[in-house]
Design a protein around this ligand. Structure first.
Ligand code: DLL
Length: 431
């Protein structure tokens, strides 16, 4: 564990700390950010009304559009001369949003990433290969500063040139890989293409995140790379990676509650749900300086559990993100998350973890096409085998999710590979 004092803090003490930090944060945004003052006032709330952690519910939510409306610096609580770094959220639509960090924010972020990487097996002896993109995306630099804080040896390779990446990992004796889960698979394929085996490398573990991935996908990655794969979660608006991370129990991601207060809400009504219920994760930052966030709606779907964990950490665990409320595809009224289809595809056998969902509207009817790659071996077998697999997947999706999908098996290596976040859904309805 990187920081026993905080990671194992008694929950009662933790709540006292949270309340103190929350009060300071609320005063700060109320005094310094016109947007928050206005939104608190229209909700009829003042900082003095927050007398317990539960009172947080009296405050309004913050959403992505608030960042856009106040672009670029409108929600910052410090002068620009105190801001030492800018990152940007990876959203591809609409006006971009930027986030800022003071020097202290960068220290907090490095601390959180040191916890994350330590939980994922890193020590000062590790050689950490960072294939998350460097730049405005928070993945590369976020992991970078955490790994340096631990004293690990950092290889800041960023994404791309996958064969060169494999060669570097082999030559340098890399022990820990950090990238998106889809890129980890691409790296695994490339290792095989280069006629290498996982045992030719010294990789022991990997910290993967920035996109949803199923439990089944973890098994595939662990098997193909012969490593322990850990899920790490975060978002730029809150700090970047380092918001929550898996420990060796691999039974939920510990959310650093000494810096963030999580809530789960019903995404349609905004009501706060009881512990254990699945809904949208809302986060309030309680230590950030440049850009504190009050009740930020992440759009990510998960649930929380504050029961003790086998690892000794006391911070609540969130289950793996099942999807984003805005990534959820609604096919003829049925809500479908790409990760549900991913699980079905990987359960089947004969398919590879490379797939795409194409949604179209024909007349007034939504159609869902599932494109999935088959394994080399199956592809070279009899054509009838392919047809029967298509049928079985079709039936399974219909049984499990209640939607009928047109399943199309495609040749190995025909679905585009990604070096960052994979694009799983192509929704032609909104084009
Ligand atoms: O993706 C930060 C990050 C970098 C996290 C590297 C982990 C590793 P954004 O680009 O702002 O930040 O995207 C944030 O990505 O709201 C989720 O929808 C999704 N996401 C991030 N981590 C996970 C994960 C980074 N482990 C958005 N599982 C979030 C599922 C994830 N989704």
């Amino acid at each position: 564990m990187w920081n026993r004092k905080y990671e194992e803090m008694d929950r009662e003490k933790l709540q006292v700390l949270q309340f103190l930090r929350l009060k300071q944060t609320i005063e700060r945004v109320y005094q310094l950010v016109p947007h928050y003052r206005k939104s608190f006032q229209s909700a009829g709330a003042e900082p003095g009304d927050i007398r317990s952690l539960a009172d947080l519910q009296k405050l309004p939510f913050t959403v992505k559009d608030d960042l856009r409306d106040n672009f670029p610096y409108g929600l910052f609580t410090v002068d620009l001369n105190e801001v030492v770094r800018i990152h940007s959220s990876s959203g591809t639509t609409g006006i971009p949003t930027v986030v800022g960090y003071t020097r202290k924010d960068l220290e907090t972020w490095a601390e959180l990433m040191a916890r994350t990487l330590t939980a994922g097996g890193a020590t000062s002896e590790s050689i950490v290969h960072i294939a998350y993109g460097y730049g405005l995306f928070t993945g590369g630099l976020g992991v970078h500063y955490g790994a340096e804080k631990i004293g690990a040896t950092v290889v800041p390779i960023s994404g791309g040139q996958t064969k060169r990446q494999v060669k570097m990992m082999k030559d340098l004796g890399t022990t820990l890989l950090a990238c998106t889960p889809s890129y980890a698979l691409f790296i695994a394929e490339t290792i095989a293409e280069m006629d290498l085996r996982p045992s030719d490398l010294k990789l022991c573990s990997g910290v993967f995140g920035a996109e949803p991935w199923s439990e089944k996908m973890r098994q595939v990655i662990e098997e193909k790379l012969q490593i322990d794969a850990f899920d790490i979660y975060g978002l730029s608006e809150i700090i970047g990676p380092g918001v929550s991370y898996e420990c060796t129990a691999k039974n939920g991601l510990h959310l650093s509650e000494d810096h963030f207060i999580p809530e789960i809400i019903d995404p349609s009504t905004g009501d706060v749900l009881p512990e254990g219920a699945t809904g949208e994760l809302v986060i309030t930052t309680i230590s950030k300086e440049a850009l504190p966030m009050i009740r930020y709606r992440t759009r990510d779907i998960t649930n929380l559990n504050s029961k003790p964990c086998a690892c000794g950490r006391t911070h609540s665990r969130m289950t793996k993100i099942s999807g984003r409320s805005d990534d959820m595809i609604i096919i003829r009224g049925v809500n479908v998350f790409p990760s549900q289809i991913e699980s079905i595809l990987l359960e089947m056998g004969g398919t590879e973890p490379h797939y795409q969902l194409v949604v179209e509207r024909v007349g007034s009817l939504d159609t869902l096409q599932v494109l999935v790659e088959v394994s080399e071996q199956l592809f070279s077998d009899h054509i009838r085998g392919l047809e029967s697999l298509e049928n079985r997947i079709h039936i399974e999706i219909e049984n499990m999710l209640g939607v009928s999908a047109d399943v199309k098996l495609v040749e190995p290596k025909n679905i585009p590979r990604s070096e960052g976040k994979a694009q799983r859904v192509i929704d032609k309805r909104s084009l």
